[in-house]
Design a protein around this ligand. Structure first.
Ligand SMILES: Cc1cc2nc3c(=O)[nH]c(=O)nc-3n(C[C@H](O)[C@H](O)[C@H](O)COP(=O)(O)OP(=O)(O)OC[C@H]3O[C@@H](n4cnc5c(N)ncnc54)[C@H](O)[C@@H]3O)c2cc1C
Length: 390
């Protein structure tokens, strides 16, 4: 049985300084740009905000200086991302590139890809999408069928991806493709490529989400040609690449702070209208419910900080990341349910009060919290394996 590693981490001085820096940046944004706190902020796509965040040195902070990065610890990045989410900043444009695509290119991309792409991500002007899921391959990622066939110095890609967030507004997508036989463990024969979404041979078609918004897409490849130096990692190493990438994707504060602004609005509402039933059962009392949520949040913060510490030490935190995502997204889904019970309101996008507006938006997005990035059943399978139970 593998033990979970959630050691207590003391934030280094540079992370404490980064917190002050990002708070000052966000306060300035709030004053000068008057941004409303977004309720699902890492889905809020605002290239102008991302460019200003890049100029302020808040993107690619762990990457080496030669690519424009800050060469700082993962804990600095952790603090910056947590503060962005807590403020409800519209940080969605650069989010995926900063969180996972950039780190993959840094570790496994060609020298040319690193040189051409990473500085643009750091500047907040180059955005990425994730091309893993396919119509018959979501949880079972090893069943990917989109094919890439070698042709001289290029590869020719054919097939389809689905649920690709931001593919209609990103510059690139990292596609997981089949380049060979799966082999007995089914994990062989997969390879990743950086796809330039502006080149011919790729078509992006919208899928509307529950809230009526256009956030994700279908992506079709029709003899799309990609140079070999846009390969990420070795031929046939795609499985190892995606599993390490998913650890970046699953462990951060975006897995428990998606609807943090609703929690803030809820507390504001309860402060204005304290519990009219002081004698009610303790487990239904507002202050006890809020206290429980806040203590869960504190535990999640500590767990997620510990994963950032593992990343800093170059360790693979896939198991701990699965646990953070499972517990974190359960927390995110509980917030709108409790908010509905604690405050009588008519959730609506057009509501005048921020609470009812936030609740409407979160209720329509919340079902996706436990799906995107891997479902709870899949995460629990990984956790069970880590505990030696299967
Ligand atoms: C908002 C959102 C954004 C997304 N963005 C992206 C993106 O940018 N790029 C991308 O590649 N994908 C993206 N996805 C896709 C996401 O990763 C998949 O939806 C997810 O992995 C589940 O795959 P599926 O939809 O094919 O469901 P399925 O794999 O068909 O699963 C259906 C149900 O069966 C359960 N199940 C499946 N296998 C097992 C098993 N072995 N044991 C127990 N239960 C099982 C699942 O838990 C689930 O409840 C996004 C999804 C959402 C909702």
């Amino acid at each position: 049985m593998q033990a979970f590693r959630f050691d207590a981490i003391d934030l280094p001085q540079e992370a404490i300084a980064a917190r002050a820096r990002v708070r000052a940046f966000l306060a300035e944004e709030q004053t000068r740009r008057d941004f409303v706190a977004y309720r699902n902020s890492w889905n809020s796509f605002d290239p102008d905000f991302s460019r200003r965040a890049g100029a302020a040195g808040l993107i690619g902070v762990t990457w080496p200086g030669e690519y424009g990065g800050g060469a700082q610890s993962s804990l600095v990045r952790f603090v910056i991302t947590a503060e962005m989410l807590a403020a409800g900043a519209p940080c969605g444009a650069h989010w995926i590139a900063d969180r996972q695509s950039g780190p993959q290119i840094l570790r496994h991309g060609s020298a040319r890809a690193r040189r051409e792409i990473l500085p643009r991500i750091v500047a907040g002007e180059c955005y990425f999408a994730i091309g893993m899921s396919e119509p018959n391959s979501g949880s079972d990622l090893a069943a990917v069928r989109t094919s890439a066939k070698r042709d001289g110095d290029e590869w020719v890609i054919n097939g389809q991806k689905i649920w690709t967030s931001n593919a209609h507004r990103a510059h690139y997508l990292i596609a997981l493709t089949r380049t060979g036989e799966a082999g007995p463990d089914r994990h062989g024969g997969l390879t990743q490529f950086i796809v330039d979404l502006a080149r011919p041979g790729v078509t992006v078609r919208p899928i509307r989400n529950l809230a009526g918004g256009h956030e994700f897409n279908e992506v079709f490849f029709d003899d799309y040609r990609v140079p070999d130096d846009r390969r990420v990692g070795g031929v046939g190493e795609g499985w190892r690449m995606v599993t390490s990438e998913l650890a970046f994707e699953r462990s951060g504060p975006d897995r428990f702070l998606s609807d943090y602004r609703l929690l803030v609005e809820l507390i504001e509402r309860l402060r204005e209208n304290p519990d009219p039933r002081p004698d009610s059962r303790p487990d239904s009392r507002q202050e006890i419910i809020i206290g429980r949520l806040v203590s869960h949040l504190a535990a999640l913060l500590r767990m997620s900080t510990a994963v950032a510490g593992l990343l800093d030490r170059g360790e693979n935190p896939a198991l701990e990341a699965a646990l953070v995502k499972d517990v974190g997204t359960a927390f995110e889904r509980e917030i709108p349910e409790l908010a509905r019970l604690l405050v009588a309101s008519q959730p609506s996008f057009d509501a005048e009060d921020p609470f009812s507006q936030a609740l409407a938006q979160v209720m329509l997005h919340a079902p996706s919290f436990t799906l995107r990035g891997g479902t709870r059943e899949i995460l629990r399978g990984m956790i069970a394996r880590g505990l030696g139970l299967r």
